[in-house]
Design a binder for this molecule. Sequence first.
Ligand code: ZN
Length: 377
Amino acid sequence: MSFLWAFHTIRERRVISILVASTDNGSLVYLTGTHTKEELAAARRKTQFSCPTCGSSVILKVGEVKTPHFAHKNLSHCASYSEAESSMHLHGKLLLYQFFLSQNLTVELEKYFPVIRQRADLLINQHTAIEFQCSPIPAAQIMERTLGYTRSAVQTIWIGGLSEPLAEGIQELKLTHWKKEMLLETQKSPYLLLFSPKENRFYYCSNLIYISGSRWIVKVKSLAASKQQFPFAVPKQMTLAEFKTMSGLFDHARKKFIIAQYYSKNRVQNPFWRTCYEMGIDIRNLPKAIGLPMKNADLINCNAVLWQLQAVEAACKGITAASLIRSGKIPVHKSAAAKEAEALVESYLSLYEKLKGKSNQVSGYTNLLYDFYCKTL
Ligand SMILES: [Zn+2]
């Protein structure tokens, strides 16, 4: 399993770097790669630069390695940014700027919105904010920033920074909460858009299937910036063949969960053992229809095998999905609404009814699962 993103967490020294600064006479200077290093060095000797947002002094930095940028002189709380200094962020922002220019679009670099006190990395055609996020920020902050732009009639596209290339294809990945907040939607099918400045390449993590914790099964596909378009290309719906591969990985994770239960120290208190016991289920023969990949399964904070087992048990006892959720027996993720979790449980139970008693060797089993999964997308 690989982890998404190696982070540039320079949290302890929050130096805010920018690519646009004001000069003494009030004009703006853009570091968009059009100046030579000599020109920049000369400008640095002659001009005092300041941050267009907070007004404090900034220093023009022209080095060998990093993208030329302005750095706040003092440890800054310049409030409008979501991101502190990172060379990946500066480099990526500049490459994205150049990408949008190549598309003949109106691009504003580090566009400030005074009313909401936010600065977008890029603003496209005055209505789309691009946030290129390289370091982890609280998921709540991502929501807040998106909401701020929405209030200013601006749509937001979050792009995650990728420091190393990702392998292409279907695989298991870790997606922590803040990255989940960055998911983009296409026809109700969410995906994550990443950008690797090192390769000048976009990466799509799509066709997400939730396992548990921060584990997901995703399809990774990349696209060179030179092949990209705007509005951005969107991932295709997964094919039946892809779904088979993905459900194979899911099934593997399911088996591992069940095996781990064998080694559970306290079987009396273990909810999996207890529920199996109460339902008279031999855990070595757990019905295949318990532990299925479900759309929106990340609303629930426990393994699919366990919550689906509990959903089936509750249904047998005539307990509704609503009271099951209310009882807290199935832990709902704190950001999720109870109504959504109820719908998920009900949706699962309807699938269970279709599949129970069927062997997954039977032809059509995976097709049925696929149809259901895609219909609920
Ligand atoms: Zn500032």
